[in-house]
Design a protein around this ligand. Structure first.
Ligand code: HEC
Length: 86
């Protein structure tokens, strides 16, 4: 539940169903086509994952998740990961 809709904005919208990363949007900036990409997040260590969620990012909203919540999301991603596909 936290992964799909924490604080009303789902990680899934930008990082994909399994945290595999996905394209968020295409746009034009200074006449160049750009793509906004949500990075893959199902291959990080817990430490990297936690750090990423605690610092302010450029695009990603800051969630102020508790460490229990961060751990729950991390475990969720581990549990749904399908390693044979990668
Ligand atoms: C609006 C789109 C968006 C949403 C929603 C979002 N993210 Fe992100 N996330 C990004 C982008 C884009 C980056 C790359 C850094 C940046 O530019 O903000 C990122 C970076 C990350 C990273 C660091 C990846 C790395 O390789 O260091 C983690 C971990 C992460 N997000 C987890 C989450 C989790 C968990 C949630 C839900 C609580 C979430 N994100 C919601 C867009 C999003």
């Amino acid at each position: 539940m936290l992964y799909t809709n924490p604080r009303g904005i789902g990680c899934v919208e930008c990082h994909g169903r399994f945290g595999e990363g996905q394209q968020i949007a295409n746009y034009i900036h200074k006449r160049k086509g750009k793509t906004l990409q949500g990075p893959r997040i199902n291959n990080l260590s817990f430490r990297e994952f936690e750090n990423a969620l605690q610092k302010t990012k450029k695009v990603m909203p800051k969630y102020y998740l508790t460490s229990n919540e961060i751990e729950a999301i991390y475990k969720y991603l581990e549990s749904i990961e399908k390693p044979q596909e990668y």
